[in-house]
Design a protein around this ligand. Structure first.
Ligand code: ADP
Length: 230
Protein backbone atom coordinates (compact mmCIF):
# COMPACT_ATOMS: atom_id res chain seq x y z
CA UNK A 1 0.00 0.00 0.00
CA UNK A 2 1.38 3.44 -0.85
CA UNK A 3 1.83 5.75 2.10
CA UNK A 4 -0.41 8.84 2.15
CA UNK A 5 1.48 12.07 2.81
CA UNK A 6 -0.40 15.17 3.93
CA UNK A 7 -0.24 17.86 1.25
CA UNK A 8 2.22 20.72 1.63
CA UNK A 9 0.89 23.70 3.52
CA UNK A 10 1.48 25.76 0.38
CA UNK A 11 2.85 24.86 -3.00
CA UNK A 12 3.78 27.39 -5.67
CA UNK A 13 3.96 25.99 -9.19
CA UNK A 14 5.52 27.94 -12.05
CA UNK A 15 4.13 31.31 -10.96
CA UNK A 16 4.47 34.18 -13.40
CA UNK A 17 3.49 37.82 -12.93
CA UNK A 18 4.09 40.78 -15.22
CA UNK A 19 3.17 44.43 -14.91
CA UNK A 20 2.26 46.61 -17.85
CA UNK A 21 4.64 49.56 -17.92
CA UNK A 22 4.69 52.64 -20.15
CA UNK A 23 7.91 51.35 -21.73
CA UNK A 24 6.54 47.81 -22.13
CA UNK A 25 5.72 44.92 -19.82
CA UNK A 26 7.95 44.08 -16.89
CA UNK A 27 8.19 40.35 -16.23
CA UNK A 28 8.67 40.17 -12.47
CA UNK A 29 8.02 36.51 -11.66
CA UNK A 30 9.10 34.11 -14.38
CA UNK A 31 8.30 30.68 -13.02
CA UNK A 32 8.50 30.56 -9.23
CA UNK A 33 8.33 27.16 -7.56
CA UNK A 34 8.28 26.61 -3.81
CA UNK A 35 6.98 23.96 -1.42
CA UNK A 36 6.27 25.00 2.16
CA UNK A 37 5.72 22.49 4.95
CA UNK A 38 3.62 23.38 7.99
CA UNK A 39 5.78 25.00 10.66
CA UNK A 40 8.76 25.79 8.42
CA UNK A 41 10.66 29.08 8.37
CA UNK A 42 11.84 30.38 5.01
CA UNK A 43 13.70 33.60 4.23
CA UNK A 44 13.42 35.21 0.81
CA UNK A 45 16.20 37.56 -0.19
CA UNK A 46 16.95 39.52 -3.33
CA UNK A 47 17.64 43.11 -4.40
CA UNK A 48 15.02 45.82 -4.23
CA UNK A 49 12.56 45.60 -7.12
CA UNK A 50 13.19 41.91 -7.88
CA UNK A 51 9.60 40.91 -7.03
CA UNK A 52 9.65 39.81 -3.40
CA UNK A 53 6.53 41.77 -2.40
CA UNK A 54 4.76 40.70 -5.58
CA UNK A 55 5.45 37.09 -4.64
CA UNK A 56 4.27 37.52 -1.04
CA UNK A 57 1.09 39.28 -2.20
CA UNK A 58 0.30 36.35 -4.49
CA UNK A 59 0.92 33.90 -1.64
CA UNK A 60 -1.43 35.84 0.62
CA UNK A 61 -4.24 36.00 -1.93
CA UNK A 62 -3.90 39.78 -2.34
CA UNK A 63 -2.70 39.48 -5.93
CA UNK A 64 -3.09 36.80 -8.59
CA UNK A 65 -0.32 35.30 -10.68
CA UNK A 66 -0.78 35.55 -14.47
CA UNK A 67 -0.10 31.85 -14.78
CA UNK A 68 0.91 28.96 -12.57
CA UNK A 69 -0.82 27.68 -9.50
CA UNK A 70 -0.88 28.25 -5.75
CA UNK A 71 -2.08 25.31 -3.70
CA UNK A 72 -2.99 25.72 -0.04
CA UNK A 73 -3.34 22.40 1.77
CA UNK A 74 -3.66 20.81 -1.65
CA UNK A 75 -6.40 23.13 -2.94
CA UNK A 76 -5.86 25.69 -5.66
CA UNK A 77 -6.49 29.31 -4.64
CA UNK A 78 -7.82 29.96 -8.14
CA UNK A 79 -10.67 27.53 -7.41
CA UNK A 80 -11.73 29.36 -4.23
CA UNK A 81 -15.09 31.10 -4.15
CA UNK A 82 -15.10 34.76 -3.06
CA UNK A 83 -16.14 33.58 0.42
CA UNK A 84 -13.37 30.98 0.62
CA UNK A 85 -10.81 33.54 -0.51
CA UNK A 86 -12.00 36.00 2.13
CA UNK A 87 -11.70 33.30 4.79
CA UNK A 88 -8.23 32.36 3.53
CA UNK A 89 -7.08 35.97 3.79
CA UNK A 90 -8.59 36.49 7.22
CA UNK A 91 -7.88 33.16 8.91
CA UNK A 92 -5.23 31.11 7.15
CA UNK A 93 -2.57 33.69 6.31
CA UNK A 94 -1.48 36.89 7.97
CA UNK A 95 0.91 39.67 7.04
CA UNK A 96 3.45 41.70 8.96
CA UNK A 97 4.76 44.62 6.92
CA UNK A 98 7.58 47.12 7.23
CA UNK A 99 5.23 49.69 8.75
CA UNK A 100 2.97 48.49 11.55
CA UNK A 101 -0.24 50.18 10.30
CA UNK A 102 -1.79 50.19 13.78
CA UNK A 103 -4.86 52.37 14.21
CA UNK A 104 -3.72 55.42 16.21
CA UNK A 105 -7.07 55.98 17.91
CA UNK A 106 -7.22 52.40 19.25
CA UNK A 107 -5.36 50.92 22.20
CA UNK A 108 -2.87 48.08 21.88
CA UNK A 109 -5.51 45.56 22.95
CA UNK A 110 -8.13 46.96 20.56
CA UNK A 111 -5.69 46.94 17.64
CA UNK A 112 -4.86 43.30 18.28
CA UNK A 113 -8.53 42.30 18.43
CA UNK A 114 -9.53 43.99 15.14
CA UNK A 115 -9.04 40.87 12.96
CA UNK A 116 -11.30 38.90 15.30
CA UNK A 117 -14.18 41.28 14.58
CA UNK A 118 -14.19 39.99 11.01
CA UNK A 119 -13.62 36.31 11.81
CA UNK A 120 -16.64 34.33 12.84
CA UNK A 121 -14.89 32.11 15.37
CA UNK A 122 -14.16 34.60 18.10
CA UNK A 123 -14.13 32.29 21.12
CA UNK A 124 -11.18 32.90 23.41
CA UNK A 125 -9.79 35.79 21.34
CA UNK A 126 -9.60 38.15 24.31
CA UNK A 127 -7.71 35.64 26.45
CA UNK A 128 -5.43 34.82 23.52
CA UNK A 129 -4.72 38.53 22.97
CA UNK A 130 -3.78 38.96 26.62
CA UNK A 131 -1.56 35.86 26.60
CA UNK A 132 0.24 36.83 23.38
CA UNK A 133 0.75 40.44 24.46
CA UNK A 134 2.17 39.17 27.74
CA UNK A 135 4.43 36.81 25.82
CA UNK A 136 5.86 39.58 23.63
CA UNK A 137 6.52 41.72 26.71
CA UNK A 138 3.61 44.13 26.32
CA UNK A 139 1.41 42.88 29.16
CA UNK A 140 1.73 46.25 30.87
CA UNK A 141 0.90 48.28 27.76
CA UNK A 142 -2.58 46.93 26.91
CA UNK A 143 -4.35 50.27 27.17
CA UNK A 144 -1.66 52.46 25.63
CA UNK A 145 -2.05 53.93 22.16
CA UNK A 146 0.52 53.28 19.41
CA UNK A 147 2.03 56.79 19.67
CA UNK A 148 2.96 56.01 23.28
CA UNK A 149 5.06 53.01 22.20
CA UNK A 150 8.46 52.67 20.54
CA UNK A 151 8.79 51.47 16.93
CA UNK A 152 9.93 48.02 18.11
CA UNK A 153 6.98 47.75 20.49
CA UNK A 154 4.53 48.74 17.72
CA UNK A 155 5.99 46.04 15.48
CA UNK A 156 5.46 43.49 18.27
CA UNK A 157 1.81 44.59 18.52
CA UNK A 158 1.52 44.12 14.74
CA UNK A 159 2.92 40.59 15.12
CA UNK A 160 0.36 39.75 17.80
CA UNK A 161 -2.44 41.21 15.63
CA UNK A 162 -1.24 38.99 12.76
CA UNK A 163 -1.31 35.89 14.97
CA UNK A 164 -4.61 36.48 16.72
CA UNK A 165 -6.65 34.29 14.33
CA UNK A 166 -4.05 31.46 14.48
CA UNK A 167 -2.91 31.59 10.85
CA UNK A 168 -1.04 28.58 9.50
CA UNK A 169 1.21 30.88 7.49
CA UNK A 170 2.73 34.22 8.45
CA UNK A 171 4.03 36.35 5.57
CA UNK A 172 6.47 39.00 6.77
CA UNK A 173 7.56 41.61 4.22
CA UNK A 174 10.68 43.41 5.49
CA UNK A 175 9.22 43.34 9.03
CA UNK A 176 12.42 44.79 10.48
CA UNK A 177 12.85 47.46 7.79
CA UNK A 178 11.95 50.34 10.09
CA UNK A 179 13.88 49.07 13.14
CA UNK A 180 17.44 49.52 14.34
CA UNK A 181 19.75 46.50 14.33
CA UNK A 182 19.12 45.49 17.93
CA UNK A 183 15.33 45.68 17.59
CA UNK A 184 15.51 43.92 14.22
CA UNK A 185 17.26 40.94 15.80
CA UNK A 186 14.79 40.91 18.70
CA UNK A 187 11.83 40.92 16.30
CA UNK A 188 13.23 38.00 14.29
CA UNK A 189 13.86 36.15 17.57
CA UNK A 190 10.24 36.71 18.45
CA UNK A 191 8.99 35.57 15.02
CA UNK A 192 11.09 32.40 15.24
CA UNK A 193 9.94 31.72 18.78
CA UNK A 194 6.29 32.07 17.74
CA UNK A 195 6.96 30.03 14.60
CA UNK A 196 8.20 27.11 16.75
CA UNK A 197 5.74 27.52 19.60
CA UNK A 198 2.58 28.07 17.53
CA UNK A 199 3.66 25.75 14.70
CA UNK A 200 2.91 28.45 12.14
CA UNK A 201 5.01 28.55 8.98
CA UNK A 202 6.96 31.77 8.50
CA UNK A 203 8.01 33.26 5.17
CA UNK A 204 10.06 36.40 5.67
CA UNK A 205 11.34 38.78 3.04
CA UNK A 206 14.45 40.64 4.10
CA UNK A 207 17.44 42.35 2.55
CA UNK A 208 19.57 41.35 5.54
CA UNK A 209 21.49 38.13 4.98
CA UNK A 210 22.39 38.05 8.69
CA UNK A 211 18.68 37.91 9.58
CA UNK A 212 17.80 35.58 6.72
CA UNK A 213 20.38 33.00 7.80
CA UNK A 214 18.61 32.55 11.11
CA UNK A 215 15.62 30.93 9.38
CA UNK A 216 15.71 27.26 8.46
CA UNK A 217 15.62 27.76 4.67
CA UNK A 218 17.02 30.55 2.55
CA UNK A 219 15.77 31.27 -0.98
CA UNK A 220 17.06 33.92 -3.33
CA UNK A 221 14.73 35.51 -5.86
CA UNK A 222 16.89 35.93 -8.91
CA UNK A 223 15.78 36.75 -12.44
CA UNK A 224 12.17 35.97 -11.59
CA UNK A 225 12.86 32.55 -10.09
CA UNK A 226 13.49 31.26 -6.58
CA UNK A 227 16.80 29.54 -5.99
CA UNK A 228 17.14 27.61 -2.77
CA UNK A 229 20.48 28.31 -1.10
CA UNK A 230 22.20 25.28 0.44
P1 ADP B 1 10.57 44.00 -4.18
O1 ADP B 1 9.57 43.67 -3.14
O2 ADP B 1 11.56 42.90 -4.41
O3 ADP B 1 11.27 45.31 -3.92
P2 ADP B 1 8.26 44.42 -5.90
O4 ADP B 1 7.54 43.12 -5.93
O5 ADP B 1 7.72 45.49 -5.03
O6 ADP B 1 9.82 44.16 -5.57
O7 ADP B 1 8.34 45.00 -7.39
C1 ADP B 1 8.91 44.26 -8.46
C2 ADP B 1 8.89 45.09 -9.73
O8 ADP B 1 7.55 45.26 -10.16
C3 ADP B 1 9.46 46.48 -9.57
O9 ADP B 1 10.15 46.81 -10.75
C4 ADP B 1 8.24 47.34 -9.41
O10 ADP B 1 8.48 48.64 -9.88
C5 ADP B 1 7.22 46.63 -10.27
N1 ADP B 1 5.85 46.80 -9.77
C6 ADP B 1 5.39 46.43 -8.55
N2 ADP B 1 4.09 46.71 -8.43
C7 ADP B 1 3.71 47.28 -9.59
C8 ADP B 1 2.46 47.79 -10.10
N3 ADP B 1 1.36 47.75 -9.36
N4 ADP B 1 2.45 48.30 -11.35
C9 ADP B 1 3.57 48.33 -12.11
N5 ADP B 1 4.77 47.85 -11.70
C10 ADP B 1 4.84 47.34 -10.46
Amino acid sequence: MTEQHPPFLMELKSLTRSYAGTAGDIDVLKGVDLKIQAGESIAIVGPSGCGKSTLLNCMGGLDRPDSGEILFKGQSLSGYSAKELARFRNKEVAFVLQQHHLLPQCTVLENVLIPTLVARERGGAYERALALLEEVGLGERLHHRPQELSGGECQRVAVVRALINRPGLLLADEPTGSLNEENAFMLVDLLLHLNREQGMALVMVTHSLALAERLSRLCRLHDGKLEEQP
